[in-house]
Design a protein around this ligand. Structure first.
Ligand code: DPM
Length: 365
């Protein structure tokens, strides 16, 4: 934050109550990585279209997740790795809006914060990026013992299960760093990244294959952008709420409720797949042992038929950290219940043991 603020000294500080008036500048906090900036610019463009009378400014900051580049994400043990410093700035009214990848936002936000918008989801799937020398191959046809770079326990567990001839090693750094490590060294035959991030960076042409749910289900919230705001700041909440995408919101509420009820974070192998079809919300969720040998996977669905109910306006109408007054309250409650019910089903089949063992093994590595 100290790095970002001095660039904007001409802007007056706001009163403690937060930002109330249209003549105020709305400040948007972002991490300094290229992907974070692209995502924040994208949301800024959307907001400028919808609120042409408001001035938006971007403030870039470094976060712990950006500073610790040599340790696997799952081992750092700080749940709000990428979000804490940005939330501190929100709290101090130094920024009014923070844009995140929803999948990096903990399922329980610190008190006082909420997700005021979840934008339409990009592709939620994972993608394989091959070393150029393997062009034309696939995970299936890569040579025995080829090393795949990923520090996602979720990706490694599922892919070990599906492609036992491959080996998996951690790779860290932002997207630019990872692609460089892949191309310029001989350490990895391929790396696995979220298709959404690659697309936003303009690197779609590096995608060799998209992983189908049968091979690798995605992370909770993957591919969706989230706008975090101060929960008490009704003016900003109303301003950003127009960005909510109905189906994405309900899918992500179900996914986040599932993860929260399992007590999973970014350090456990949990994967999901959701669909909205014919007023049905369908959630598939799975937990894996680190080596992928054990798996529990179930699917449930719930009706989200639109109702005539007046949107609830309570102090805390949030569902797993998401506030969406403009989306049917009963559909949101149904989505949250779906996630909880599916988690309960997996827990009744032994998910707790799988996750506890995975956590212990990961901590011991
Ligand atoms: C989280 C994970 C990863 C990110 C764990 C997972 C990937 C870590 C890694 C929770 N956050 O997915 O199982 O590969 O070492 C992250 C990316 C994006 C958001 C990059 C990526 C962009 C896509 C999006 C890192 N967070 O996953 O390739 O907006 O969802």
């Amino acid at each position: 934050m100290e790095n970002g603020l001095h660039e904007y000294t001409e802007v007056c500080f706001k009163e403690k109550e937060g930002n109330g008036n249209a003549n105020h500048v709305i400040r948007m906090g972002t991490r300094k990585s290229q992907l974070a900036r692209i995502q924040t610019d994208y949301v800024k463009e959307k907001l400028m279209e919808l609120h042409p009378d408001v001035k938006f400014e971007i403030v870039a900051m470094s976060t712990i997740g950006d500073k610790i580049l040599d340790t696997a994400l799952s081992k750092i043990g700080e749940k709000s790795l990428f979000t804490k410093e940005l939330e501190n700035a929100l709290e101090r009214n130094e920024v009014d809006i923070v844009v995140h990848s929803l999948k990096d936002l903990p399922t329980t936000l610190p008190p006082g914060f909420t997700v005021g918008a979840v934008l339409e989801r990009e592709s939620p799937y994972d993608a394989v990026v091959l070393h150029p020398k393997h062009a034309g191959l696939s995970l299936e046809t890569l040579p025995e013992k080829s090393v795949i770079g990923t520090s996602s326990l979720r990706r490694a567990a599922q892919l070990k299960r599906r492609f036992p001839h491959l080996e998996f090693e951690s790779i860290r750094g932002n997207l630019n760093t990872r692609l460089k490590k892949l191309d310029e060294k001989d350490d990895y035959a391929a790396i696995i990244l979220a298709a959404a991030g690659l697309k936003r960076m303009g690197w779609e042409n590096r995608i060799s294959m998209i992983l189908e749910p049968a091979d690798c289900m995605y992370a909770v919230g993957q591919g969706a952008l989230a706008v975090e705001v101060r929960a008490r700041d009704r003016h900003i909440l109303d301003m950003v709420s127009v960005l909510h995408h109905h189906d994405t919101v309900l899918r992500c509420i179900a996914e986040r409720a599932f993860l929260r009820h399992l007590e999973g974070g970014c350090s456990v192998p949990v994967a999901v797949h959701t669909e909205v079809k014919d007023a049905l919300l369908c959630l598939t969720g799975a937990v894996y042992s680190l080596d992928g040998a054990d798996m529990l996977k179930e699917t449930m669905q719930i009706s989200i038929l639109p109702d005539n109910e007046v949107p609830q306006v309570s102090d805390d109408g949030a569902h797993v950290g998401v506030t969406a007054y403009n989306i049917s309250e009963s559909s949101q409650a149904a989505a949250e219940k779906l996630g909880v019910d599916l988690a309960e089903l997996l827990l009744s089949k032994g998910a707790k043991d799988i996750l506890t063992t995975a956590r212990q093994l990961n901590d011991a590595r």
